[in-house]
Structures are given as C-alpha cells and as structure tokens.
Design a protein around this ligand. Structure first.
Ligand SMILES: *[C@@H]1O[C@H](CO)[C@@H](O)[C@H](O)[C@H]1NC(C)=O
Length: 410
C-alpha cells in the first residue's frame, strides 16, 4: 500500500515535471552568431532601397549583406531565404517616410481606411529558412516624422484613425511570416510607425538582445508580436514602447513552446498573451522579467470574439513596479462572437509587485473558470485583488517591498 502510493507520487512528480519542462521553446537556444559577410555597403544618408535589395538578392545562403558604415535610408526590403542583413555598430537604417514606397496593390499606405495592413514592411522575411537581421546598429522608423507630402506624422495618423474608428495604414518595421529558423540579434529599433516586430507562422524564431525605444504616448506600436508560431525564444531584450511590449497570440494557428527569458520592459502596455487566442496559446514560460511603468503588467486578455484556450503558462522570477495593474488575467464577453476564452494551468512563481495596484483574475463563466496557481507571490500592502469566475490556488502575500533589479542585458 505504502509502496503503491510512493510510486504514484513519483509518477505524479514526473508528470508535473514534464509539464513544466515542456512549457518552453523545445530547441536548445544559445546566443546567435553573426553570419559571414557576402558584401559590405557604405551609406551616404541617401535613399538606397534598390542597392540594398540588389546586394541581398545576390548574396548566397548562409551569408549576410553588411551595412558597415554611414547611414542608409530605405523603403521596403525583402530578405531572400537563408540570407541575413547586418546593421553594424554606429550605422542607422532609416525607414523612408514616403508612404507611396510601401504601397501594396490597393495603394492605401499612409491613409486612414476601413482596410488595414495596407503597407509593406520595412523589412519582410517571408518563406525564409535560416535568415535574419543582426548587428549592433539602429533602425529608425521615423514614426515621429511627417509622412512625405502630408501634414501628419505616422503617430498622428494612428490617433486620427482611432478617433474615426478606422485603421491607420502604417508600415511594420520587421515582419517575419511563413518561415523557419529566423534570428533577430542585438540591434535597436526606435520610433516605429506601427508594430516593431510582427511574426506569424514561424517555426523556430530567436529574438535576442534587441532594444526597442519608442515613446509611451504612441498607439499600436507593439514591441514584439508573435502569432501562430512555435519554438520561439525572446531573450535579453529591453523594450520601451506605447502598446504591448510583447504580445503572444494565435489568430491563424496554435502558438506554443515559447520562452521569454531575462527581459526588461520600461513603459508599455504589457507582457501580453492575446487578444486573439482562437487557436490556443500554450506552453509558455516567462522567466526573469522586470516591468516598470507597465499599464497591465502580466496580461492575459481575450474575449468571446477571438478567444480560445490559454493553457500551461509559467511566470517566474518577475518584479513589477509603478504599474496600476501589475497582474491582469482578464477575459470578457464582447458584443458579438461565440468563442470561449479560458485560461488554465497558469502558474505565478516568485512574482513581486513592489508598488500598490489592482490584480484582476476574471474568467468568462463559472462553467469555464480561470485556473491559477500562485506560489511566492508578493503584492504591496493596500493592493486590491479582484477575482471572479476563477479558481486561485495559493495566497497573495501583501508584504512586498524594495525595488526591482534589472533583468535585461543592458
Ligand atoms: C520544435 O523544436 C523541436 C526540437 O528541436 C522539434 O523537434 C520540433 O519539430 C519543433 N517544432 C516545430 C513546429 O518546428
């Protein structure tokens, strides 16, 4: 009898370990190495889209075009499969503010419309295996600058579109789609007109040591978004922006095996999962994160229009400060839609919120409750905890103090 219960205990322990052990990128990921150069280009501050594109097109697989000195202005670039772009230290690649350069067939880039995604990205990585962007240089999105021939900046266009309940059509800085084994390493992105890094349907994606630096007042300037992707590692990044610092969604396919390791977030909306979770988001570990001035902190958000199951998510070794809502696990009923947003097997382990705020844990219904386990979670005295349609195991200690250290790379 005793032997039976012991073996049961061992079995359960192993099962629990397997579950935690798979809540991450399944690859063994180490710091990326910059590929060898096929061509080096010197910039003279002029528009050189065609020159860069030509160099990329004639570079062999496994090699990189290096922007090695000076400054470059460019419209949309496409990175061929297996090829990389290197932006060396001290070099800036500036996104041209000429919206017409980014036009797709419908020619609505730089306008407000009911349609969206009307611009090509500055850098498109599509159908690519093994390519990437590397180097310690800078990409300047010029979101703060007036669009050529117009009297508004990209960011003002976003505000106007919001007021009109329509969409701005602004370029994403880097989009990675339908690709395998893609790397983004070390460079800085600033003043993105729209999302900085958007990825969809990528299997094997490493974002390592990236800095994003965009004001808190800007709309739809997400830092790193990933949807319908698997085996993703986002590590050692420092992200300040206006919208979600990171958002993990599943609009088009399941998203799973995601590691978010040792990052630092300044201002921005959140470490987000959602809003689109319709194909399921699972097996995510967020480990080693400081959040400073975050609107929603650790955020799971979804609704009955785009909701699905968010399962097996581990948040560990996290410090949050100056956040009115340090932890927000919140799914709600939208005006339309019949999907069921639910979050289960959510673990918060060694999480400290060192300033007062409101924690929200809100499931969609008592028949599909949210499920959260908290271990070693410390809130600041006087914080509020609002729980509805959810089962929380563990206790919220109200004894946090001190300040947050720095989990990022710089
Ligand atoms: C994720 O990585 C593991 C380990 O390398 C691999 O076996 C698996 O096929 C990958 N999944 C996808 C969808 O690429």
């Amino acid at each position: 009898m005793q032997r039976l219960s012991l073996s049961l205990l061992v079995t359960f322990t192993i099962l629990a370990f397997i579950q935690v052990a798979t809540a991450r990128d399944l690859r063994q990921v180490t710091e990326p190495k910059t590929p060898p150069t096929c061509t080096s280009l010197r910039g003279d501050g002029k528009l050189v889209t065609e020159e860069i594109q030509k160099a990329l097109n004639s570079c062999g697989k496994g090699k990189a075009v290096a922007l090695s000195s000076g400054n470059f202005v460019s419209g949309p670039l496409t990175i061929p499969s297996g090829v990389s772009l290197v932006i060396d230290k001290g070099v800036t690649l500036t996104a041209s503010n000429d919206a017409a350069l980014y036009n797709k067939e419908n020619k609505i880039c730089g306008t407000i419309n009911v349609q969206y995604y009307g611009c090509k990205s500055l850098i498109t990585i599509d159908g690519n295996t093994g390519g990437g962007v590397y180097g310690q240089g800078m990409i300047d999105g010029q979101g703060d600058k007036k669009i050529a021939g117009k009297d508004v900046t990209w960011w003002q266009l976003t505000n106007q579109a919001k007021a009109e309940k329509k969409s701005q059509n602004n370029p994403v800085l880097i989009s990675v789609t339908n690709s395998v084994d893609i790397t983004l390493h070390q460079f800085t992105l600033k003043n993105g007109p729209y999302f900085h890094i958007g990825s969809s349907n990528v299997n094997g994606f490493t974002v390592w040591g990236i800095t994003i630096d965009t004001p808190s007042t800007t709309g739809n300037t997400d830092g790193i978004d990933t949807s319908g992707s698997q085996n993703v590692t986002i590590a050692n990044c420092n992200i300040n922006t206006g919208d979600d610092n990171i958002a993990i969604a599943s609009y088009n396919a399941p998203t799973r095996y995601i590691s978010v390791l040792n990052n630092h977030f300044g201002h921005g909306s959140s470490m987000g999962i959602g809003s689109g979770t319709v194909h399921g988001v699972s097996d995510v570990t967020v480990s080693g994160l400081t959040l400073i001035n975050s609107r929603f902190g650790l955020y799971i958000k979804s609704n009955t229009q785009t909701g699905g199951l968010v399962n097996n998510i581990v948040y560990e070794n996290i410090c949050i400060t100056n956040s009115p809502k340090p932890i927000t696990l919140d799914v709600y009923r939208s005006k339309s839609g019949h999907s069921t947003p639910q979050f289960t097997n959510i673990v918060l382990n060694n999480v400290r919120a060192v300033t007062r705020g409101t924690v929200v844990v809100r499931g969609i219904s008592s028949s599909h409750p949210g499920q959260v386990t908290i271990k070693d979670v410390h809130l600041t005295k006087g914080s509020k905890v609002e729980v509805s349609n959810a089962k929380v195991t563990g206790t919220w200690a109200e004894d946090a103090s001190g300040t947050c250290g720095y989990a990022g790379n710089k």
